[in-house]
Design a binder for this molecule. Structure first.
Ligand SMILES: *Cc1c(COP(=O)(O)O)cnc(C)c1O
Length: 388
C-alpha cells in the first residue's frame, strides 16, 4: 500500500499533462473543445471520466479527487464548492420522499438545519446520543435509509463506535455517512471500518491555510457516480479550478501539519489539565473509560480542536478572558495555521446551551501552527487576567 505522504505528493502524477510542469496547472477554463463530432459523442456519453464542461469535471479538480480518494481508502471522490455543498448534494442523492434519516450524536449545526429542512420533501429524521447496539437497533425504522454521524462529535468531542454502527446498518440495508473533517484521513479511516461514505469540509485541515472553502465526498465508485450525476450536476456546487489547486497545494503538507497539530494539542492539553482554573476538557487525548478505548481503536493521532470549561460561569469574566488573548484569534472555522478561540455562549442562547448540555463557560479552542509554548503562555496570561 502506498504511504500517506507519497499519496499527498505524487498520486496520479501522470494526469499532470502538458509542459512537464512539476506543479499541476490551474486549468482555468469553463469548456473543453472536441477534435471531431465523433470525439464529442464519445465524451458526452461518459462525462464524469472526460472533460467537457467544468461544472462536471476539470483536470485540476480531478487530480485532487484522485488523491483524496486514495488517501481515504475509497474508490472515488467528488470535490465540491463547500463542505455544505458536499453534505447537501450527498443527502439529496441518497434520500427520497418517505425516507427516514437517523443521526447519532452531535452533528454540525448547518447539517442539522438541512436535515430538518428535508421534512419539506417528506424526509423524517431522529437523533440518538448512544452507539449501543440495542439503542441503534430500536431507533432504526422500516424506512431508515441513512445513518449520519460525526466522530468525534462537535463541542463534547465524543467518539462513536464506527464498526458497531456500520455492522448494524449493513444488516438493515442502510447507508452510513460520516463527517470526518476533524480527524482527516491522516488520523481516522472510516471506510476501513465499513462506513459507506466519508465527507470532509476541506475548508478546515485539508485547505489548511484559511484561504479556501471546499468540500469532498469519498466512497465506492458507483456511489460517487450517483452523487456526481445527481447531487453534483443538478445542484451545481462545483469547486473552481483555482480552489481545487489550493487544495492540491495544501495536501502536500497535510501529513506533516497534522503531526505538528497532534504534538501541539497534547502539550496544550497537558497544561490545561495541570491548571486548577480549568474545570473540564473535552478531547479524545484526555478521555477515559470507553471513550479512551474508542480513541485507541479508531484514531492514529489527535487533531487540534478541543473544548474546555472555566471553573465558574461568570459571563463578564468569560468576556474578559477571551479578550485577553494575543496569539489566539477570535473567529469561526478552524484547520488553518492560526490558533482560534470561541466561546459557545453568545449571551442570548442559554436555553439552547442547556438543551445541548453545554456549560455557560464552554470554550472552543483550536491549536494552530504557532509555537506551542507561546500558545500555552497566551492561555496562562489570559487566565491570570481573570483569576488574580
Ligand atoms: C465547517 C464544517 C462543515 C461545513 O463545511 P463548509 O466548508 O464550511 O461548508 C461541516 N462539518 C464540519 C464538522 C465542519 O467543521
Amino acid at each position: 500500500m502506498k504511504k500517506t505522504r507519497d499519496i499527498c505528493t505524487h498520486e496520479s502524477e501522470s494526469n499532470i499533462g502538458e509542459y512537464s510542469a512539476v506543479s499541476m496547472p490551474i486549468v482555468q477554463t469553463s469548456s473543453f473543445k472536441f477534435n471531431s463530432y465523433e470525439d464529442f459523442l464519445d465524451i458526452v456519453s461518459d462525462e464524469k471520466n472526460s472533460y467537457m464542461y467544468t461544472r462536471g469535471s476539470n483536470p485540476t479538480t480531478k487530480l485532487i479527487e484522485n488523491r483524496l480518494a486514495k488517501l481515504e481508502g475509497g474508490e472515488a471522490c467528488k470535490v465540491f464548492s463547500s463542505g455544505m455543498a458536499a453534505i447537501t448534494s450527498t443527502l439529496f442523492t441518497m434520500l427520497k420522499s418517505g425516507d427516514h434519516i437517523l443521526t447519532i450524536g452531535t452533528i454540525y449545526g448547518q447539517t442539522v438545519s438541512f436535515i430538518k429542512y428535508l421534512s419539506k420533501f417528506n424526509v423524517s429524521y431522529s437523533n440518538i446520543a448512544s452507539d449501543e447496539k440495542m439503542d441503534i437497533e430500536s431507533a432504526i425504522k422500516e424506512n431508515t435509509k441513512v445513518i449520519y454521524i460525526e466522530s468525534p462529535s462537535s463541542q463534547h468531542m465524543r467518539l462513536y463506535d464506527l464498526e458497531v454502527i456500520s455492522k448494524i446498518a449493513k444488516k438493515n440495508n442502510i447507508i452510513t455517512i460520516i463527517d470526518n473533517t476533524w480527524s482527516t484521513a491522516i488520523f481516522q479511516k472510516p471506510i476501513e471500518w465499513g462506513i459507506d461514505i466519508v465527507i470532509h469540509s476541506c475548508s478546515k485541515y485539508i485547505g489548511g491555510s484559511s484561504d479556501v472553502v471546499a468540500g469532498a465526498v469519498i466512497s465506492k465508485r458507483d456511489i460517487v457516480d450517483d452523487i456526481f450525476e445527481n447531487g453534483h450536476q443538478t445542484l451545481g456546487g462545483v469547486s473552481s479550478p483555482f480552489n481545487s489547486w489550493l487544495l492540491l497545494r495544501s495536501l502536500t503538507t497535510l501529513p506533516i501539519r497534522m503531526k505538528q497539530h497532534d504534538e501541539s494539542v497534547r502539550k496544550v492539553i497537558d497544561f490545561l489539565k495541570s491548571d486548577s482554573r480549568i474545570k473540564a476538557i473535552y478531547h479524545p487525548y484526555c478521555s477515559e473509560g470507553k471513550q479512551k478505548e474508542l480513541a485507541k481503536k479508531y484514531l492514529s493521532g489527535y487533531s487540534s480542536l478541543l473544548s474546555f470549561e472555566l471553573v465558574d460561569n461568570d459571563f463578564n469574566k468569560l468576556i474578559k478572558f477571551v479578550d485577553s488573548f494575543k496569539l489566539f484569534t477570535i473567529g469561526v472555522s478552524w484547520g488553518g495555521f492560526e490558533s482560534l478561540i470561541l466561546p459557545a455562549n453568545k449571551g442570548i442562547n442559554h436555553e439552547d446551551l442547556k438543551a445541548r448540555g453545554i456549560g455557560e463557560s464552554h470554550i472552543r479552542l483550536y491549536v494552530g501552527l504557532e509555537d506551542p509554548e507561546s500558545l500555552i503562555d497566551d492561555i496562562k496570561t489570559a487566565l491570570d487576567k481573570i483569576y488574580i
